[in-house]
Design a protein around this ligand. Structure first.
Ligand code: HEM
Length: 449
C-alpha cells in the first residue's frame, strides 16, 4: 500500500513488505538517500540542528563515516572486545535493582542509564569514572527534556530570535555545555593515544595492549581523503553525541517492552529461565556472552519484542534520488519516502494473531526449534524491519541484538519478575521520539538465588 500526502512536500508512506523490499533491496540505490539538507534542518528539533549542520558540512563524507563506524566499532569481530564494559554495566544495574526498597522497580530509568553507560564506555573508553559518565548523562537528559521547548525555534528562526531571545540563549548555553563536557574527554583521549604510541615505540610493540578501541579514537585518526585533513573538534563532538543518543532510548525502550511482556506472561518468563538454566547450569552467577548463541528461545523472545513493539514505528526519512515509477505512482526526485515498520510487523497476512506476544512463532521446526535462522536484515524477504533494511539499515543492529539478548538473559537469570500487587502491566503506547510505554513498567523483583 502506498499513500501520498502533501505537507511540507510530497511524502510517500510504504506499508507493504513486498514494495519495501523492492525499494530498499532491489532498487536500493534509488531509495536509500536522505532528504536534502534543507529539509533535514527544517524538520530536525533545534538541538539536533547544530548536529545536522555539522553533518551537512560532513555530508560528502557520510559514507566514509558510516564505514568507519561499522568497520572499526560495530563489526561483529570488534563487539566482543567491549564485553568488559558490558559486565561492568550489568553488575552496576544488578546492584541498583537489588537496592530498591520493597523490591519494586520502575525499570526505565535504570535501563536508560545502563544503555547510556555502555555507549559512553564504547565511545570514550572503559577507564572512565562513574562521575564523568554522570556528567555526560546530565547534559544529555537536559537536552532531551528541553527538546520540545526548543522545537518552536525551528519555525521562522529570524522572528523567534527577536521574540524568544531567552529561549535561544538557553539553547546555545546547552550546546556550550555539551562541548564543555565532551571536549575534555576528546582531548584526554588524544593525549592518551600519543602517550600510548610513544610508550609502544619505547617498548618496541604495536601499542595494542589490553585496552578497547574507543569510537573517539577512530574519529581522531580519520583523515578526510580529498581535503587531506583530520576532523575538527566540533565535528567529533557532534558525531560522539549522535552515537550516544542514537542507541540509548531505542535499546532501553525495546528492553522495557520485552521485560513488560515477561512480567505480563509469567509462563514465557519461566520457559526462558528454564532454557537459561539448561545452558549455564545451576550454580552460574551470570550468563556469559558466549552462552547466548545456545539460547534459541531467548532470541525468539527478543525478536518477538521487536516485532510487536518496535521502538520506531517508522524508519528515518529516506529520499528518492531520481524520478521513479513505484507501486503504480510517479514519484519525483527528492520526494521523502518512509516505511511503516510497525504495520509490517503486525500484518495479519504474514503473522498469525499479530497482536499477540508469541515468541514460539520464531522457532522454526526446520532448524531444530532455533530462531537463529530468522533474517532480521530483510535482505531475502521482509517480514518485519525494526532496524530498517538495505543500505540505510541501522549500522548497530548487531550491537543492539547483543545488548538485548545479554541483558534480558541476565535480568531473568538473576531476578524473578512479577506484577506489583494490585497493579497490571499496561501495554499502551506513547509517541515520543520513539514509541514508549505510556505507563512505564513497574515490577516486583526478587533475587533468584
Ligand atoms: C533496539 C535498538 C535499535 C533500533 C530498533 C534501531 C533502529 C534504527 C532505525 C529504524 C534506523 C533508520 C534506518 C533507516 O532509515 O532506514 C536506525 C539508524 C541508525 N541507528 Fe539505530 N537502532 C537501534 C540501536 C542503535 C544503536 C545502539 C546505535 C549506536 C550505537 C544506533 C545507531 C544508529 C545510527 C548512527 C543510525 C543512522 C544510520 C544512517 O543514517 O546511515 N542504533 N536505527
Amino acid at each position: 500500500m502506498v499513500t501520498l500526502h502533501i505537507g511540507s512536500g510530497p511524502a510517500v508512506f510504504v506499508a507493504s513488505p513486498t514494495l519495501a523490499h523492492e525499494a530498499l533491496v532491489e532498487r536500493g540505490a534509488v531509495f536509500a538517500d536522505r532528504p536534502p539538507p534543507a529539509a533535514l534542518c527544517h524538520h530536525a528539533p533545534p538541538l539536533r540542528q547544530p548536529v545536522q549542520r555539522q553533518l551537512l558540512f560532513l555530508r560528502p563524507h557520510l559514507a566514509l563515516l558510516r564505514r568507519n563506524l561499522t568497520a572499526e566499532i560495530l563489526h561483529p569481530s570488534r563487539l566482543r572486545s567491549y564485553s568488559r564494559a558490558r559486565t561492568r554495566v550489568l553488575n552496576k544495574l544488578g546492584a541498583e535493582l537489588k537496592s530498591q526498597p520493597g523490591g519494586v522497580v520502575r525499570v526505565i530509568d535504570h535501563f536508560q542509564y545502563a544503555m547510556f553507560c555502555l555507549l559512553v564506555l564504547m565511545c570514550f573508553g572503559d577507564w572512565l569514572e562513574e562521575e564523568q559518565i554522570k556528567q555526560i548523562k546530565e547534559v544529555s537528559r537536559r537536552a532531551l527534556l528541553s527538546q520540545w521547548r526548543f522545537n518552536v525555534l525551528n519555525f521562522w528562526p529570524w522572528l523567534s530570535k527577536l521574540v524568544l531571545r531567552k529561549r535561544w540563549k538557553e539553547f546555545y548555553e546547552l550546546c556550550e555545555c555539551r562541548k564543555r563536557v565532551l571536549v575534555p574527554l576528546i582531548r584526554a583521549r588524544l593525549k592518551a593515544k600519543q602517550e600510548q604510541l610513544s610508550k609502544a615505540k619505547e617498548d618496541g610493540n604495536d601499542g595494542n595492549g589490553d585496552w578497547i578501541l574507543p569510537y573517539v579514537d577512530t574519529l581522531l585518526d580519520l583523515e578526510l581523503p580529498e581535503e587531506k585533513r583530520k576532523l575538527e573538534e566540533d565535528h567529533i563532538v557532534s558525531l560522539c553525541w549522535e552515537f550516544l543518543n542514537a542507541g540509548t532510548d531505542t535499546t532501553s525502550t525495546a528492553l522495557q517492552w520485552i521485560m513488560a511482556n515477561l512480567v505480563k506472561y509469567p509462563e514465557i518468563q519461566e520457559r526462558l529461565y528454564d532454557e537459561i538454566k539448561s545452558v549455564v547450569g545451576e550454580g552460574a552467577e551470570q550468563v556469559k556472552e558466549e552462552d547466548l548463541q545456545r539460547m534459541g528461545y531467548l532470541k525468539a523472545v527478543v525478536l518477538e519484542g521487536l516485532r510487536r513493539h518496535p521502538p520506531g514505528h517508522f524508519v528515518l526519512p529516506h529520499a528518492v534520488k531520481e524520478d521513479a515509477e513505484f507501486g503504480g505512482y510517479a514519484i519525483t526526485k527528492d520526494a521523502t519516502i518512509n516505511f511503516m515498520v510497525a504495520e509490517m510487523g503486525w500484518d495479519p497476512k504474514v503473522w498469525e494473531d499479530p497482536m499477540e506476544f508469541k515468541p514460539e512463532r520464531f522457532l522454526n521446526s526446520a532448524s531444530g526449534g532455533a530462531a537463529s535462522g530468522f533474517d532480521i536484515t530483510g535482505s531475502r524477504e521482509i517480514k518485519m524491519m525494526p532496524f530498517g533494511v538495505g543500505r540505510r539499515i541501522c549500522p548497530a543492529s548487531g550491537l543492539a541484538m547483543l545488548h538485548l539478548e545479554y541483558f534480558v538473559a541476565n535480568l531473568v537469570w538473576q531476578f524473578k519478575w512479577r506484577t506489583v500487587a494490585g497493579e497490571e502491566v499496561d501495554l499502551s503506547e506513547k509517541q515520543e521520539f520513539i514509541v514508549a510505554m505510556k505507563n512505564p513498567l513497574r515490577a516486583q523483583i526478587s533475587s533468584r538465588n
